[in-house]
Design a protein around this ligand. Structure first.
Ligand code: HEM
Length: 500
């Protein structure tokens, strides 16, 4: 016979009845003395925690990174040494939708990976696109307000979305990617993902190179058209979550090949555009992909809330051999994630099992809400101390970084090497004819609810990227192409004034 497990209250005492409230008489009111009922209702009222401000809807799985190639000339990180296998947790997400949003929306997909390395956790918090919309931290909260709900109507607004995107020409390459066939992946398994930013690697001799991380799907790229996605969302709003879960349950473990691109400090100084600008591509012809290993997902979480919802990633978590770069967008992220998680999950969120490092953690942080371990017992609470406790390790310090120039608010648009349309134009030129048509149709459909001034602003950007791109979009959006050409001759400032 099946063993029946016993119900207890929150401190382990047996519960006599879980169906009938204690009442004063058979038809009388409930009494305060039904403490189990009070506990049950009070706990239920507190079960919802704040959702992530963006990337709220997501799915996760465990897996491993296996390094198959020797890249020790670039990095001393133990996680990246040939032959190393490291356990990881990965969370996929959409960006704009809330926790209850449908999976198959046109959006970029977040891909956050936590590598539990022997030198501490390394989090790579990336997306399924090689670049990002914007490049200054100031614009980030505004980007999210533009793509999320309108304050008046409470609805998503194409007008807000496209107004913001087109006022910042650096968004152009990312808009082109999102409006292309890749804007709605058929599954998480069928897309590449990227670290996007320029990071750094340094080797055992403390020699630094700049680097970008790429993960290419071994399942092949597959996407949904708007029509297919509409049907799928109508049938199953959790389609991508189910696809990932089912594949892993069936032992069909998805895999990605990991690559890096490397640029020396000298090359960076002489590069024809800012290599630390997240809206710019490092061309693979100039900086070829270097294979590193294989990332595999092979185990589903046991509990969605405990492991997926409570997971917390931050680009600030790096390990010796991997570092940051002067990318000012990355610098902003280094603050933002931990701050969000202290609010969303509490100051001790790194004690939650999915976030906890697998190696020893000795950081002198004490106390705080929900401290559930031994709080370091009687070990000294201050440093330096004479008890021999936890001293810093200077040998893991990053090599120093030369810097020059005055402290100032620099606008990248004032940099003569800045070209916001080169990458978008290059992408247009490599698309096959059918992909070009999909991009034009998706763009014209998405921007259709917007006012004409915004359509003209975008058309001028398309023209600047490639005249054919501009002409075809203008036609699809029903715009006067001669006017588009005239607008494209204006400076960015004049174009904005002409299209307000
Ligand atoms: C200055 C720019 C950015 C800021 C301030 C920012 C901030 C945030 C914040 C506060 C969260 C929620 C964190 C949480 O509650 O746990 C988040 C989530 C996320 N962000 Fe960003 N973000 C920025 C840019 C980016 C970029 C460029 C990428 C990709 C390269 C990215 C990828 C992600 C991902 C994947 C998540 C979800 C992580 C998860 O699955 O828990 N973000 N971001």
């Amino acid at each position: 016979m099946k063993e029946i497990k016993k119900l207890t209250n929150e401190v382990g005492a047996p519960v006599p009845d879980n169906e009938n409230a204690i009442t004063a008489g058979p038809r009388g009111p409930v009494v305060m003395q039904d403490v189990w009922l009070m506990e049950k209702m009070a706990h239920f009222n507190r079960e919802v925690i704040p959702e992530r401000r963006m990337h709220a809807k997501g799915w996760g799985a465990y897996g491993k990174l296996t390094v198959t190639q020797d890249i020790s000339r670039y990095t001393k990180a133990k996680v990246l040494q040939k032959g190393k296998e490291t356990e990881l947790f990965l969370r996929f997400s959409t960006v704009a939708g809330e926790r209850g949003a449908a999976d198959c929306e046109r959006d970029i997909r977040g891909v956050a990976v936590k590598f539990y390395t022997e030198e501490g956790n390394w989090d790579l918090v990336g997306n399924n696109t090689p670049t990002f919309f914007i490049r200054d931290v100031h614009n980030f909260s505004d980007l999210n307000r533009a793509v999320k709900r309108d304050p008046r109507t409470g609805r998503r607004s194409a007008q807000n979305n496209w107004d913001f995107w087109t006022l910042l020409p650096e968004c152009f390459h990312q808009i082109t990617v999102v409006m292309s066939d890749r804007g709605i992946p058929a599954s998480f398994r069928n897309m590449h993902f990227f670290g996007e930013h320029t990071f750094s690697l340094y080797n055992a001799q403390n020699e630094r190179v700049w680097c970008k991380f790429h993960f290419k799907t071994q399942q092949g790229i597959k996407n949904f058209s708007n029509e297919e996605a509409g049907k799928v969302n109508g049938m199953d709003r959790e389609f991508h979550g189910k696809d990932l879960f089912d594949a892993i349950e069936q032992g069909d473990f998805p895999k990605w090949t990991m690559y890096i691109q490397v640029m020396t400090e000298e090359q960076a100084k002489n590069h024809y555009e800012n290599p630390f600008d997240i809206t710019k591509i490092w061309r693979q012809k100039e900086f070829p992909l270097i294979e590193v290993g294989v990332l595999e997902l092979n185990r589903n979480p046991e509990n969605y809330f405990a492991e997926v919802e409570q997971s917390a990633f931050t680009p600030a978590h790096v390990v010796p051999g991997i570092g940051f770069s002067p990318d000012k967008f990355l610098q902003g992220r280094l603050f933002s994630y931990g701050d969000a998680q202290r609010y969303r999950l509490g100051v001790n969120h790194n004690h939650i099992p999915v976030n906890r490092a697998k190696c020893e953690v000795n950081e002198y942080h004490r106390d705080g809400l929900m401290r559930t371990d031994g709080n370091y017992g009687g070990a000294p609470a201050y440093s330096p101390n004479s008890a021999g406790y936890w001293t810093a390790q200077p040998e893991v310090a990053e090599p120093p970084l030369d810097n020059e120039g005055a402290v100032w608010r620099y606008d990248p648009k004032d940099d003569p090497t800045d070209d916001c349309f080169r990458a978008g134009g290059d992408l247009w030129r490599v698309l096959t004819e059918d992909k070009k048509q999909i991009l034009i149709d998706n763009t014209a459909g998405d921007i259709a609810p917007c006012t004409e001034n915004i359509k003209y602003r975008h058309a001028a950007h398309c023209f600047l990227a490639d005249p054919e791109y501009g002409e075809r979009f203008a036609k699809a959006a029903g715009l006067d192409f001669e006017k588009v050409k005239a607008l494209s001759k204006l400076s960015n400032k004049e174009l904005i004034e002409a299209t307000l």
